[in-house]
Design a protein around this ligand. Structure first.
Ligand code: ZN
Length: 89
């Protein structure tokens, strides 16, 4: 069992978390003019790097979304931070 550090609650079991999205992926705009192929790529494709990754995760227990920097190869969590405008206490 791995523990992830929620910026709001502290370390919790990984089963309490859910991957949400790749962090820093720009939404194509204006959406009405984006091709279906480009929109599908935005929604479903990710860089999926081997090594350091920046991802958005949600802690289902508190409902907060946050950024997790982790190494996908070693599974080490390098940092977790609240999203801009959401202050962790
Ligand atoms: Zn939490």
């Amino acid at each position: 069992m791995q523990y992830f550090p929620c910026p709001f609650c502290g370390p919790r079991e990984e089963t309490e978390f859910h991957f949400a999205a790749e962090a820093g992926k720009p939404r194509p705009e204006p959406a009405a003019q984006v091709s279906a192929q480009s929109w599908a790529a935005y929604l479903y494709l990710s860089a999926a790097p081997k090594g350091e990754a920046h991802e958005i995760w949600v802690h289902r227990s508190c409902g907060e979304f946050f950024v997790m920097k982790r190494n996908t190869e070693t599974r080490a969590v390098l940092a977790t931070t609240a999203l801009p405008g959401r202050d962790a206490e």
